[in-house]
Design a protein around this ligand. Structure first.
Ligand code: CA
Length: 225
C-alpha cells in the first residue's frame, strides 16, 4: 500500500515516513500543500496522511480540491488544534478521519488500516483467498494452518494482489502501489518478487493462486488457487 504523507515539520514527516516504511508501506512525503496536491494527482495513493496547517495550500483546501477533482483517496487529517469545530470542518471538506497531535503512532496505524479497509466496499480485517489468509495488522500470512514467512516487500505485494483478488493487476500498478518515488530500478523486479511469493505461498502447497495473465499482469485467484 502506498501512502502520501503531507507534512511540513521535518521531524514529524521523517518519523511518520520511517514508521510507515517499517510497517511495509511505500511512502512519499510532500512538504507543503502545493507539492501534496501535485503528487496526489500524479500517483494513485491508497491513502493520504494530511497535516492541516501547511505552507502554500492548507490541509482543508487540499482535501476539498481533491474531492472536487473526484479523487476519493482516503484522507486522515492531522491537526495540532484541538476542538470539535475543527473536526467538523475537516470532515466537511471530505477528510475521512481525524487525529489530533500529539498522537500515538499505534493509533495512527490503526486508523490508517481502518481507512484502507473502508476503501470501496467494506472489507474484512483479515484478507483471504480460499485458505490463504493475510492479516495487515499483525503481518501474518497463513496457508491453511501453516504460517508463511514473507519479507516486507513480498508481504506488500501479496496484500495488494489479495485486495485486488479476481482482478488483473499490471506490473506497473503493483510498482505504483508498492514502491515509492525513490525507486528507480527495473520494473521487472516485480517478476522476481512474484517468483519468490509463489515459492512461499503456492508451490509448497501444490497451488497456483497467483496467475500470470500474459501481456497484462497477474491475478490472485478468489479461491486461493
Ligand atoms: Ca504543519
Amino acid at each position: 500500500m502506498r501512502i502520501l504523507v503531507v507534512e511540513d515539520e521535518p521531524t514529524m514527516a521523517q518519523s511518520l515516513q520511517a514508521g510507515l516504511v517499517a510497517e511495509g508501506f511505500a511512502v512519499d512525503v510532500a512538504v507543503d500543500g502545493e507539492e501534496g496536491l501535485w503528487l496526489a494527482g500524479e500517483v494513485s495513493y491508497d491513502a493520504i496522511v494530511l497535516d492541516l496547517m501547511l505552507p502554500k495550500v492548507n490541509g482543508f483546501v487540499l482535501c476539498r480540491t481533491l474531492r472536487e477533482r473526484d479523487d476519493w483517496t482516503p484522507v486522515l487529517m492531522l491537526t495540532a488544534k484541538d476542538g470539535h469545530l475543527d473536526e467538523a470542518e475537516g470532515l466537511d471538506t471530505g477528510a475521512d478521519d481525524y487525529l489530533t497531535k500529539p498522537f500515538s503512532f499505534v493509533v495512527l496505524l490503526a486508523r490508517l488500516r481502518a481507512l484502507l479497509r473502508r476503501r470501496g466496499s467494506e472489507r474484512p480485517t483479515v484478507l483471504s483467498a480460499g485458505d490463504l489468509q493475510l492479516d495487515p495488522a499483525t503481518h501474518e500470512v497463513r496457508r491453511g494452518a501453516v504460517a508463511v514467512n514473507l519479507t516486507a516487500r513480498e508481504f506488500s505485494i501479496l496484500e495488494f494482489l489479495m485486495r485486488e483478488s479476481g482482478n488483473v493487476v499490471s506490473k506497473a500498478k503493483i510498482m505504483e502501489h508498492v514502491w515509492d518515488f525513490n525507486f528507480d530500478g527495473d520494473p521487472n523486479i516485480v517478476e522476481v518478487y512474484i517468483r519468490s511469493l509463489r515459492k512461499k505461498v503456492d508451490i509448497p502447497f501444490g497451488r497456483t493462486s497467483i496467475g500470470t495473465i500474459r501481456g497484462a499482469g497477474y491475478k490472485m485467484a478468489l479461491d486461493g488457487g
